[in-house]
Design a protein around this ligand. Structure first.
Ligand code: IPM
Ligand code: MG
Length: 403
């Protein structure tokens, strides 16, 4: 093809992407109402197992979830549904990130607990289909990826608000190879998309007595899209000054350094950022908390929400026969976030205490990811025993104070 033909082809492709984004913006403008779980009966909870270690750790999380909400299940206020088919084999078979019938089942639920799913990459054993996570976040418009990280012994209590439907991700599978030498990807930022995530972060700060919201960008270099995010953040920050909430902006590079600066890191409270920076920063933060196996992740939209581990499906653990030793804490954290999200915050508090008691304080059964360590099942039984124990809160407080 001649150069001008290549350029025309690229222009047509870009035109299509812009049209889609215009439509998305119109949808965002219309969708202003949040679901009210208080009036839903039953609240339908979908459970998707996923791939790799997901098949196992989601079973443990499901056990914890069902145990925690047993009363509501018995009284018909909550319904559990198993959603099958979000496996890499089935996605490959249909050549779709989420097969249509699976997506339909998901949309019939109100909230979803999802195990990690395998994300193919060019050159591995699977066809290079889009990530199920990215597709689910887009299809269900789960725009806020909320990832809390706590290190009580250092007084670290961070809550990350990662934009989940735009940035480098939304068109991550729609880049173009213009010719064999030139490849382009696209990064998207919209006014509506930035406003809704930044607002949510500030609202969280306000409701939880936090005094600082940190905005993370690379607006000095990525001037247009990050520039928009940064500008909107500054406008929104003005609205929250009267509530005693201050705001500052850090670039992603220095932010990754500051998270490992013991003298400064406990000062951060609420952090809000575009998609890819949030992906990177939350893995770093989770590692500081004790590993990516310890962190849960909420994907919140106005209509649906999905809860998951922050890590992937760890196929290597399965190949090496170590899947039964995989840490289910991240998925159990996700279950606890789900329980909190639908209105049972006291029970979620207890679950969180039990997770910390078993994983950070008492550590009677320690998960190492290998034979010799506790299995996920043993750990889950241990955790449920603590969740039932009347001494939990007292013991947990003692442990926190002693640290
Ligand atoms: C995450 C994961 C996903 C992401 C992958 C699996 C596509 O790393 O949830 O952070 O990059 O968002
Ligand atoms: Mg990630």
């Amino acid at each position: 093809m001649r150069n001008n033909e290549l350029i025309e082809k690229a222009k047509t492709h870009l035109g299509l992407l812009i049209e889609e984004q215009f439509e998305r913006i119109e949808r965002m403008k219309k969708e202003t109402k949040w679901v009210d779980y208080g009036v839903l009966k039953p609240i339908i909870i979908g459970i998707c197992a996923g791939d790799g270690i997901g098949k196992i750790i989601s079973k443990h999380a499901e056990r914890v979830l069902k145990h925690t909400l047993q009363e509501e299940f018995d009284s018909g206020c909550i319904e559990f549904r198993t959603i099958r088919g979000l496996t890499i084999e089935n996605r490959v078979k249909h050549k779709m990130a989420i097969p249509a019938d699976v997506l339909e089942e998901m949309k019939k639920c109100h909230v979803i607990l999802k195990g990690p799913t395998t994300t193919p990459q060019a050159g591995d054993n699977w066809p290079n289909i889009e990530s199920a996570n990215v597709a689910m976040r887009r299809e269900l418009d789960l725009f806020a990826n909320v990832r809390p990280v706590k290190i009580p012994s250092e007084k670290i209590d961070w809550c990350f608000f990662r934009e989940n439907t735009e940035g480098a991700y939304v068109l991550g599978s729609r880049g173009i190879d213009v010719n064999e030498d030139l490849s382009l990807d696209f990064k998207v930022s919209t006014t509506q998309g930035a406003e809704r995530i930044i607002h949510l972060a500030f609202e969280y700060a306000k409701k939880n007595g936090k005094k600082r919201v940190t905005v993370v960008t690379k607006a000095n270099v990525v001037k247009t899209t990050d520039g928009k995010f940064s500008k909107i953040a500054k406008q929104i920050a003005e609205e929250y000054k009267e509530f005693g909430i201050e705001s500052d902006e850090w670039y992603i590079d220095i932010m990754t350094a500051k998270l490992i600066d013991p003298a400064r890191r406990a000062d951060f409270e609420v952090l809000v950022m575009p998609n890819l920076y949030g992906d990177i920063l939350t893995d770093e933060a989770a590692q500081l908390q004790g590993g990516v196996g310890t962190a849960g992740s909420a994907n919140i939209g106005k209509k649906w929400s999905m809860f998951e581990a922050i890590h992937g499906s760890a196929p290597r653990m399965v190949e090496e026969g170590r899947d039964i030793y995989a840490d289910p804490s991240s998925m159990i954290r996700a279950a606890s976030m789900l329980v909190r999200h639908i209105g049972f915050s006291e029970r979620a508090d207890r679950l969180d205490m039990a997770i910390e008691m078993c994983g950070s304080f008492e550590k009677k059964h320690v998960i190492t990811g290998r034979a010799g360590g506790a299995t996920g099942e043993e750990f889950t039984t241990y955790l449920l025993d603590w969740a039932e124990n009347a001494q939990l809160e007292d013991q947990w407080r003692k442990m926190v104070e002693a640290k």
